[in-house]
Design a protein around this ligand. Sequence first.
Ligand SMILES: CC(C)(COP(=O)(O)OP(=O)(O)OC[C@H]1O[C@@H](n2cnc3c(N)ncnc32)[C@H](O)[C@@H]1OP(=O)(O)O)[C@@H](O)C(=O)NCCC(=O)NCCS
Length: 174
Amino acid sequence: MVETAWMARRDEPVPEEVERLLATVPEWFGRPESNAEYIADARTMETWTVRDAKGRVVGVTLVAHHFPQSSEIHLAVVDREVHGGGIGSAMVEAVRADLRERGTRLLEVKTLGPSHSDPHYARTRCFYQKMGFLPVEETDLWGESTPCLIMIMPLRQGADPSVQEEQQEKNSAT
Ligand SMILES: CC(C)(COP(=O)(O)OP(=O)(O)OC[C@H]1O[C@@H](n2cnc3c(N)ncnc32)[C@H](O)[C@@H]1OP(=O)(O)O)[C@@H](O)C(=O)NCCC(=O)NCCS
């Protein structure tokens, strides 16, 4: 576990900072059209940031809430100058704690799959596995030359309370 003093927090949209951070990691985010989509997404999506002592954004995570039971890390990026310093961990930990409080049960992330030889994304997969994500399936969702690995982190165990409530309602109606 990374020992870190970095604090991640829910923030306002920071699309300009996302654009700046993506430009520091062209080995991961080298497609201008995909970057433009991420920057556009950053205008509206739930945003978590880590800022340095001067208030400058050094890491951003965008979160999508698909269902009450499941959410997704849509984008995670840390300034290249400070990789490996615990900023990514701080963001995942903060998002995870928030989702647990909301009662969310699964956190998903999609990344480049292991059948692709890219060494940079091999490091990204190590990061997510270290954080507790499990590989679930590699798909061709992004096309044949870009294998997409779906990873999931379970947040809570046990039966889904919403299903139990539904069942109770059905039982009391009969
Ligand atoms: C992936 C990323 C968000 C991780 O953030 P980070 O601040 O660098 O990560 P942390 O310092 O919190 O690392 C936590 C753990 O991840 C693993 N990890 C991080 N960088 C690693 C690397 N280069 N190689 C192998 N493992 C690595 C380590 O296990 C590390 O724990 P340790 O230091 O105790 O060994 C960041 O490196 C990044 O922006 N990468 C480029 C963009 C990217 O891959 N985004 C995700 C696309 S799906």
